[in-house]
Write a protein that binds this ligand. Structure first.
Ligand SMILES: *[C@@H]1O[C@H](CO)[C@@H](O)[C@H](O)[C@H]1NC(C)=O
Ligand SMILES: *[C@@H]1O[C@H](CO)[C@@H](O)[C@H](O)[C@H]1NC(C)=O
Ligand SMILES: *[C@@H]1O[C@H](CO)[C@@H](O)[C@H](O)[C@H]1NC(C)=O
Ligand SMILES: *[C@@H]1O[C@H](CO)[C@@H](O)[C@H](O)[C@H]1NC(C)=O
Ligand SMILES: *[C@@H]1O[C@H](CO)[C@@H](O)[C@H](O)[C@H]1NC(C)=O
Ligand SMILES: *[C@@H]1O[C@H](CO)[C@@H](O)[C@H](O)[C@H]1NC(C)=O
Ligand SMILES: *[C@@H]1O[C@H](CO)[C@@H](O)[C@H](O)[C@H]1NC(C)=O
Ligand SMILES: *[C@@H]1O[C@H](CO)[C@@H](O)[C@H](O)[C@H]1NC(C)=O
Ligand SMILES: *[C@@H]1O[C@H](CO)[C@@H](O)[C@H](O)[C@H]1NC(C)=O
Ligand SMILES: *[C@@H]1O[C@H](CO)[C@@H](O)[C@H](O)[C@H]1NC(C)=O
Ligand SMILES: *[C@@H]1O[C@H](CO)[C@@H](O)[C@H](O)[C@H]1NC(C)=O
Ligand SMILES: *[C@@H]1O[C@H](CO)[C@@H](O)[C@H](O)[C@H]1NC(C)=O
Length: 831
């Protein structure tokens, strides 16, 4: 998914330093500037690797913002705590370039391109109210927002901290369903802002509020209560998802430690009062207005008993307040911040322990790029098991598949390699959703159906897992039924599940630009890109049919996988600024009557009308990408035929070169082009794929902040792309193949958690300046290995893959039999 926001003139903010860490005595926080700048050869993995994670990569970049969530969470955890900011780029809660902290909230999504998800029930703290008058504190989001002290945002796996402009230091850590905040207050409260007329000193008497709002002000209704004795705050609300339909309920339960309660009550807008103790906000029918009425509860405390600190523990649940309180009481019984943080860090160290990297002379910047990518591959989907109020089930329930159109390409492959147990839970969830909702999701967030962007992407995710021995508790016959349903039965609302235009798909064998489809509802745009995505979905269905021994279905769906040819216009030329690119044969939209339509081959690239190609009614025939891009993706399962259609191997390679070398054409900030980096492999030029990956890493994927990545991370897609590319084993989605290129390190070991087996990816003649990026020869377990790809059994069984590198392209991996398999092979491109 790409960003829907307009270009923001983002002010750059100074990098955070280790100052706050020193101030609060947490020595193990590396933050973002604490890694020494010169590298020494070392073996890095597990806990040692955590220091290289830079959470602020991808938090902003204007229109190409990463929207990464930089806060505290457990791997795939539901609780995700961070300081929320005002501004256009608050999708991940916090962004280094946005000012004005409005609160601290407990749930987030990472890397989304739509609106800002979640961020419900934020807490906000003021150390005292001017003149010790409650109503001179600030209650609503707009008025209470305060900036933060430059350089203070710090993050480490499981931890986030920031110092507000009001001198309050806020630290946070989490368990699976609970956020724990530690606020350290100044001796003398600093006024929220410099209001004229405020001269009275404020005694230290912290006021904490919980706001019935979320990041995108989507509340429909809500209720909150505060216990006058304990200060416990509980509440519930109904909110809207950000890239989907329907609404969702969420509940919270906040408790405090470290100060005695002075007064409690409720607030509305900017007024507060000690009675009543409960506030109910109903749907006023105006919930589409930009602002909802600010409302919530507060607790006003005496000065903290110790160290000027007050702790807040907030449990969340989709099911009930009772469950939210139960989570909090069970997960963090003693409000022990250090212990909670240590446990969170240990959970991350455990995830990182599957990798062990000999870093040689590779600089810290690249190490940070690599480990930060690894980290971001473990944020979503989120484990909401036990939280699904939609149906009763003993199956796991993960959510925030945001979205599979993005994640089918490399995120789920990364999770399969690094954490097959979690991938198994995610696949079981998808099947349980199919069982209870009748269709697989394509995008899903907050228990709601999200929007489909092209094909039925879950088909690819399922087949990829099927081929990789993801088996525990998975009913693969049911999975097959589910993906066949995508191909055969058009749902009434194909904007959120399944596929549209299935009648045309089956009769005309393409999706017409002027489709007649009275069977379902959805946007009649993206006809050309939907056609090729449906064809690839059907290729994957054929793959599973074959794996399950269903030869008849295999033939049927393989036939359908060739339908990309029906939108391939053989004689289509391509002119850029009046200059013939020299390439012929492109995907083009096609009408019901069989006539081809026309969309400029460069439209929807950064060169032309980039922002006209989103999911909206006047969208184009290709989704978030040009015909130039989608033409390379027309037949991922039959690359030999595509290469033939493009005029043979030499022309194909020149065409890939043109694509990667024309400025602004190959934009890597979206997920579809990832595959084009490695497509040279299919034409017997693996060395050119290696050149391309070094073209993009580190120029576009690096450890700079807040940019670091060229587009929305989309729940970890950019991170997964980086980490698997740098390991030299980039997956071909929907297959069990990985393209081989030299790892960016002398040696990488990866242990499969399911089988316990380890693979070693080793370079001989490695140089950290990356002159020797071409494989001259390779051995697998000591035997010569000439294929330019490897299959997943390598990762299951373990083994040693050793590459001997050189400074020039070699004959290695260049023969037809060395290339990844293609549906057809006898089409003359190898003659
Ligand atoms: C928490 O850990 C820090 C750093 O290790 C230490 O200085 C502090 O005393 C600990 N606090 C508690 C309450 O254990
Ligand atoms: C926060 O900083 C921004 C930009 O640096 C500034 O425009 C804004 O007025 C500040 N807000 C407050 C409350 O100080
Ligand atoms: C508070 O914010 C103002 C305006 O952004 C800034 O000038 C001032 O230095 C900040 N103070 C602190 C303590 O961060
Ligand atoms: C958090 O959830 C994960 C599963 O997603 C589980 O493995 C882990 O044990 C849980 N942590 C705790 C402390 O319960
Ligand atoms: C408030 O404003 C006064 C006068 O403009 C200035 O001297 C003072 O530093 C300001 N205080 C803060 C906290 O910004
Ligand atoms: C809150 O909104 C939900 C969804 O629209 C509705 O089902 C529920 O009845 C509402 N509750 C109140 C108290 O208005
Ligand atoms: C990888 O594993 C092999 C075999 O166990 C071991 O010899 C080597 O030192 C390991 N390399 C790294 C970087 O951990
Ligand atoms: C095309 O023309 C525009 C405007 O004249 C220019 O900015 C752009 O660089 C040109 N693009 C290429 C790829 O030549
Ligand atoms: C086919 O349909 C398109 C779109 O309605 C129209 O522009 C074109 O002229 C038609 N072609 C023929 C041959 O009828
Ligand atoms: C491209 O943008 C131009 C100018 O905004 C507009 O006139 C044209 O219709 C757009 N083309 C497409 C295919 O959206
Ligand atoms: C393996 O490759 C090496 C170097 O590329 C070559 O000298 C040797 O003959 C090969 N061995 C076999 C069994 O093919
Ligand atoms: C496949 O996974 C199962 C566990 O789900 C495991 O027992 C088996 O060894 C795996 N097979 C291979 C070939 O690794």
């Amino acid at each position: 998914m790409e960003d829907l926001q307009l270009l923001l003139n983002s002010a750059s903010t100074a990098a955070a330093t280790a100052t706050a860490a020193a101030m609060i005595g947490l020595t193990k926080i590396a933050g973002i500037a604490a890694v020494a700048s010169t590298a020494t050869a070392a073996v890095v993995g597990g806990r040692d690797a955590l220091q290289y994670v830079n959470h602020f990569i991808g938090t902003n970049n204007g229109i190409h913002a990463g929207h990464v969530f930089p806060g505290a969470n457990l791997p795939f955890g539901m609780a995700k705590a961070v300081a929320d900011v005002n501004g256009d780029h608050r999708q991940g809660g916090f962004s280094l370039t946005e000012a004005g902290v409005t609160g601290f909230s407990h749930m987030h999504d990472s890397g989304t391109g739509g609106g800002a998800s979640l961020g419900n029930f934020p807490l906000f703290i003021q150390a005292g109210c001017p003149g010790d008058e409650l109503n001179r504190c600030k209650f609503n989001k707009k008025d209470r927002a305060v900036n933060y002290t430059a350089g203070t945002p710090m993050a480490h796996p499981g931890y986030f901290s920031i110092q507000l402009n009001t001198s309050i230091i806020a630290e946070m850590t989490t368990t699976n369903h609970t956020a724990l905040y530690r606020f350290t207050l100044p001796d003398v409260p600093v006024p929220p802002f410099n209001l004229t007329g405020i001269s009275e000193p404020a005694p230290l008497s912290p006021m904490i509020l919980a706001d019935l709002t979320d990041l995108s002000d989507s509340r429909i209704n809500g209720t909150a209560s505060v216990d006058p004795t304990t200060g416990r705050m509980t509440g519930s609300g109904q909110f809207l998802p950000t890239f989907g339909i329907g609404n969702y309920s969420l509940h919270f339960c906040a408790d405090f430690r470290g100060a005695s309660v002075r007064e409690t009550g409720v607030f509305v807008n900017n007024r507060a009062g000690s009675e009543p103790k409960t506030i109910n906000m109903v749907d006023d029918g105006l919930n589409n207005s930009p602002e909802i009425l600010p409302a919530g509860v507060y607790a006003w405390f005496d000065a903290p008993e110790q160290d000027n600190q007050i702790l807040a523990r907030v449990g969340v649940s989709f099911k009930s307040v009772e469950q939210a309180c139960g989570h909090a009481e069970r997960e963090i019984p003693d409000f022990d911040f250090n212990a909670t943080y240590n446990a969170a860090e240990a959970a991350w160290a455990d995830k990182f322990s599957v990798l062990s990297v000999d870093t040689g002379a590779v600089n810290n910047s690249l190490q940070s790029t690599f480990w930060s990518g690894f980290y971001r591959a473990h944020i979503s989907p989120q484990d909401y098991t036990g939280e699904n109020y939609l149906w009763e089930s003993d199956e796991p329930y993960y959510d925030s598949y945001y979205c599979m159109w993005d994640s089918y390409r490399v995120i789920h492959q990364a999770i399969t390699l690094f954490d097959p147990w979690s991938q198994t839970q995610m696949i079981r969830t998808l099947l349980d959703i199919y069982r209870h909702e009748g269709k697989l999701p394509d995008c899903r967030m907050s228990l709601c159906k999200g929007f489909t962007q092209g094909g039925s992407s879950a088909d690819i995710v399922l087949v990829d897992a099927f081929l990789k021995n993801i088996t525990d508790g998975i009913d693969w016959q049911l999975a097959y039924e589910a993906i066949v349903s995508d191909a055969e039965e058009e749902p009434l609302n194909w904007a959120v599940e399944g596929r549209g235009g299935l009648l045309s798909w089956k009769s005309l064998n393409y999706i017409p630009a002027d489709d007649f489809d009275p069977y379902g509802t959805g946007l009649f745009t993206r006809s050309a890109s939907r056609t090729i995505e449906y064809a690839y979905n059907d290729f994957c269905i054929a793959t599973m049919a074959k794996g399950l021994g269903n030869e008849g279905d295999y033939e049927k769906y393989i036939e359908r996988s060739t339908y990309w040819r029906n939108v391939w216009k053989e004689d289509q030329t391509s002119f850029l600024n009046g200059t013939d690119s020299g390439f012929v044969g492109f995907l083009m939209p096609r009408y019901l009557n069989g006539t081809f339509g026309y969309q400029d081959t460069f439209t929807c690239s950064l060169l032309q009308n980039f922002t006209s190609c989103y999911l909206n009614p006047d969208g184009t025939e290709f989704y978030e990408g040009s015909s130039w891009l989608y033409s390379f993706l027309a037949a991922p399962g039959d690359m030999a035929s595509l290469i033939a259609a493009m005029g043979g191997r030499e022309t194909f390679i020149k065409r890939l070169d043109y694509w990667h070398e024309t400025p602004e054409l190959a934009y890597m900030g979206n997920e579809q082009p990832f595959q084009t980096v490695f497509q040279y492999h299919h034409a017997g030029r693996p060395g050119k794929s290696a050149e391309r990956i070094h073209q993009y890493i580190p120029s576009q994927f690096n450890d700079s902040i807040p940019v670091g990545i060229p587009g929305n991370d989309d729940s970890g897609a950019m991170g997964s792309f980086v980490v698997l590319s740098m390991m030299g084993t980039y997956p071909n989605p929907g297959t069990d193949q990985y393209y081989l290129t030299p790892p960016f390190f002398p040696e990488v070991n990866l242990t499969n958690r399911m089988t316990g087996n380890t693979v070693t990816l080793r370079n001989v003649n490695f140089d950290a300046g990356y002159t020797n990026i071409y494989i001259q020869s390779a051995t697998l377990n000591g035997e010569n290995y000439t294929k330019n790809y490897i299959t997943h059994d390598f990762f299951l069984e373990g083994g040693i893959l050793e590459f001997t590198l050189g400074a020039n392209e070699s004959a290695w991996g260049t023969r037809q039999e060395d290339c990844p398999p293609s549906l057809t092979t006898d089409n003359g491109i190898w003659d």
